[in-house]
Design a protein around this ligand. Structure first.
Ligand code: CTP
Ligand code: MG
Length: 179
């Protein structure tokens, strides 16, 4: 039996929360030494001052905490929702933060300053990173969970959530630009 639409939407949000949360947490806890240590590559920063160890580690730990929290909540929400095995608890947030850093790498290589806008890369680098690391560390879980409809929901929600949370961070004064 095919799952109904509300279940698919809820599943899409559920499985992506451990990947979405790290970005928002990185904005709040970020700062301090940059991951690239200020190093240049062909004259421009490797990643830039927007990618810090504190943001990276804080975001990853927070996302893993969210996944564990969802595992605890699952029985009282819906048995139709997937639970996260340990490999995925790590893969989704870590992959998100790695993907986000890879996005900054691409932005620097294409001459974009820290904080400059790069449509699609800004919104999807962390999702791609999360999915990629999840496929690598937990292939069967990933393919069973991210059915085409769930994947579609996850991808469609990404720009909305990204806009929403970054807009909020901007109005709270945590970010200089609303993207
Ligand atoms: N942040 C951080 N460490 C990370 C990711 C994010 O400290 N690994 C913090 C930084 O303060 C960053 C903010 O979160 O400025 C917003 O993240 P993001 O939009 O990804 O960075 P940008 O500053 O826009 O830099 P870039 O152009 O490299 O994306
Ligand atoms: Mg940005």
């Amino acid at each position: 039996m095919a799952p109904d639409i509300p279940t698919v939407v809820l599943t899409g949000v559920w499985v992506m929360l451990p990947a979405y949360v790290p970005n928002s947490v990185a904005v709040v806890v970020g700062g301090g030494p940059p991951i690239d240590g200020g190093r240049l590559w062909h004259g421009t920063r490797l990643l830039g001052d927007g990618k810090t160890w504190r943001g990276f580690l804080g975001g990853t730990v927070a996302g893993a905490g969210v996944a564990v929290g969802l595992n605890v909540l699952r029985p009282s929400v819906s048995a139709a929702l997937p639970s996260f095995p340990v490999s995925v608890v790590i893969a989704l947030p870590l992959g998100a933060m790695l993907g986000d850093a890879a996005g900054s790498f691409v932005k620097r290589r294409t001459g974009r300053e820290r904080g400059a806008r790069f449509p699609l890369v800004d919104q999807f680098s962390f999702v791609c990173g999360a999915l990629l690391l999840s496929v690598l560390l937990a292939p069967s879980w990933t393919f069973e969970t991210f059915t085409p409809p769930v994947l579609l929901v996850a991808l469609a929600l990404t720009p909305l959530l990204h806009r929403g949370t970054n807009g909020l961070a901007y109005y709270l004064g945590l970010k200089d630009v609303p993207w």
